[in-house]
Design a protein around this ligand. Sequence first.
Ligand SMILES: *[C@@H]1O[C@H](CO)[C@@H](O)[C@H](O)[C@H]1NC(C)=O
Length: 160
Amino acid sequence: MKLYILFSFLLLAVICSCLVDASQVKLGPLCNGNSKNRIRGCDGKYGCGYYGASRDGGKRKHQGVDIVCADGATVYAPFNVKLNGKAAPYKKNNAINDGINLSGEGLCFKLFYVKPIKYSGTLRKGQKIGTMLPMQKVYPGITSHLHFQMCDKSDPTKYF
Ligand SMILES: *[C@@H]1O[C@H](CO)[C@@H](O)[C@H](O)[C@H]1NC(C)=O
């Protein structure tokens, strides 16, 4: 019985340390001009940039976080990454309908609104992934931003 309790504690300790590790992945800057990966606040009719924010008048919830990034800015790899192909946000094409599926540090995520320099291969932390697309053309007045979304749509806020 005592051994069983001890074992349970050990198991719990191992599980807890794994959870802590996953949230300690430290992301380097994603966008030139936003060294702290600042998350977009709220701008009027376009809503807010945090995970779970309301979209389409409450019909949907925001499934990622928006990282402030000016149109035309250089986008960087936040850690060593593998590029897993194109990931476009919209069914109907427009000026910002591009992005990329990336993995690294045990995470799989997508970046929207960036024109990548390539769709496969690898990049090291801090290397250029691509260029921020002209978001002002599609959403005039919005705080231009990259959309960062986990492949499993879980909340990525803890990485920022
Ligand atoms: C992203 O790429 C990975 C690796 O190829 C794949 O397993 C995953 O399904 C892709 N995720 C999405 C949401 O496209």
